[in-house]
Design a protein around this ligand. Structure first.
Ligand SMILES: Cc1cc2nc3c(=O)[nH]c(=O)nc-3n(C[C@H](O)[C@H](O)[C@H](O)COP(=O)(O)OP(=O)(O)OC[C@H]3O[C@@H](n4cnc5c(N)ncnc54)[C@H](O)[C@@H]3O)c2cc1C
Length: 400
């Protein structure tokens, strides 16, 4: 039963929204989590790869893991580099089960979940509250639910905090497409333990592709590009690139296609969008929390939800509006690194010629082991020399 009023309505049951609702419910506040899709399998869009460190940070159960990975492989146009390990180094989440778990946790702690309803508009009230207007097209039903606070967890759409796209600041746009395929044992054995990436013009012109493993002979194969950089005229679509990798590289053209999904990520380079407005606060991709280099976004959506929780509790229980502190802290933690990641992304995908990418990959293979590589790619723990280069680049970024 959905109530007429809540302390908090969280709009969007992605990783950010689910975690936020889970936290708020655990804190004993009344919360409603709203999601426009009726089932998490209807928008099962994310590859959902993470490092083990990332996974262990959020008290998540084993059953949301699609598969553990041990090795990391980079295939460029002419080189292949593989970093191996005997231990698990990360996970590929079952993205639908993972979001279902967060929603279930919200309910288990006294919160409510409303699936299949879209947030359409908001209305401020005279008693400093806010009404969320929700609609289910399928059930032809409309609801108006009151709250003290709305959380915009609608991802890149930023549907709650902004009334229209025209109100939003300039965005960098990336798109990704992914095939979930069931392959034979021979193909599966080649890819079942690796987080596998393709770089370089041969496989994905000005972008990157990947193969991530799940259990039961299932692989996620996808391609992503930054669209705002412009694509080569007549170049292949993301689907065509992915299908070519499946057929030519994996020799799995006869694989059963279980699902084809994808999504668009829209981020500001300077985290310049609104983090809060009156009694609305935004989290996850709505505040450009996703890392631009490899598109890792789940961990940061979860972290933003964890970071905002104390401010939400303060707002509801004491009437304190400290959301400016949440924004300040977030930007202090990530803006510098994210700007550098943008710079590296643009250099790696758009400026470097193929042979330079081959050479870089070869060099890294000799220089770092798998733990150092994970520390660089997932934790941004660059060594001293590299840090010096980074601060030089940062100064250039600041000047540009
Ligand atoms: C193809 C692809 C592959 C990716 N692979 C990885 C990966 O391997 N690892 C990783 O860490 N990250 C990956 N990401 C990024 C990651 O999935 C996102 O950063 C993360 O999901 C962001 O979480 P979020 O909760 O902020 O937003 P989202 O996950 O986008 O969730 C927003 C939710 O809000 C709902 N919603 C939107 N509008 C409304 C509305 N008006 N009313 C109600 N509900 C609404 C949406 O349906 C959605 O469920 C990938 C992204 C893409 C597109």
């Amino acid at each position: 039963m959905i109530k007429e009023e809540y302390d908090v309505i969280v709009v969007g049951a992605g990783p950010g929204g689910g975690q936020c609702a889970r936290n708020i419910a655990k804190a004993g506040l009344s919360v409603l989590l709203v999601e426009r899709f009726a089932s998490f399998y209807d928008n099962d869009f994310s590859s959902a790869g993470m490092s083990l460190q990332g996974f262990e940070e959020f008290d998540l159960p084993e059953h949301v893991v699609g598969r553990y990975w041990k090795n990391f492989t980079l295939q460029s146009s002419n080189e292949i580099s593989r970093w191996t390990s005997k231990e698990n180094k990360g996970v590929v989440l079952d993205f639908a089960k993972f979001r279902q778990f967060l929603a279930d946790e919200c309910v288990a702690n006294g919160g409510d979940v409303l699936m299949g309803y879209s947030h359409i508009s908001k209305e401020y009230t005279d008693d400093d509250k806010i009404i969320a207007h929700l609609e289910s097209k399928k059930e032809k039903k409309k609801l108006a639910i009151k709250a003290k606070l709305l959380v915009d967890a609608t991802g890149s759409a930023r549907k709650v905090i902004y009334d229209t796209i025209a109100d939003q600041p300039e965005m960098e746009i990336s798109a990704g497409v992914e095939y979930m395929i069931k392959v034979n044992d021979q193909v599966y054995d080649r890819f079942k333990d690796d987080l596998f990436f393709f770089l370089g013009d041969k496989w994905c012109y000005k972008g990157y592709s990947w193969i991530f493993p799940m259990d039961n002979n299932v692989l996620k194969v996808g391609t992503a590009k930054m669209l705002s950089k412009g694509l080569k005229k007549g170049s292949e679509s993301l689907k065509q690139i992915t299908e070519r990798i499946i057929a030519d590289y994996m020799k799995a053209g006869d694989a059963e296609v279980i699902d084809v999904h994808g999504g668009t990520v829209r981020s500001t380079k300077n985290m310049s969008e609104s983090f809060y407005k009156k009694n609305i606060v935004a989290i996850g991709d709505s505040i450009s929390s996703i890392n631009p280099l490899g598109g890792e976004g789940i961990r940061y959506a979860l972290r933003s939800a964890d970071d905002v929780t104390e401010h939400i509790i303060g707002y509801i229980t004491k009437g304190e509006n400290t959301f400016s502190k949440y924004r300040k802290k977030w930007r202090k933690k990530y803006l510098f690194t994210w700007r550098l990641c943008y710079y590296l992304t643009e250099t790696m995908y758009h400026k470097y010629p193929d042979d330079k990418i081959d050479n870089r990959i070869k060099k890294y293979r000799d220089l770092v082991d798998i733990d150092q590589l994970i520390n660089i790619l997932f934790e941004f723990k660059f060594n001293k020399m590299f840090r010096r280069v980074l601060s030089f680049l940062w100064n250039r970024v600041k000047l540009s």
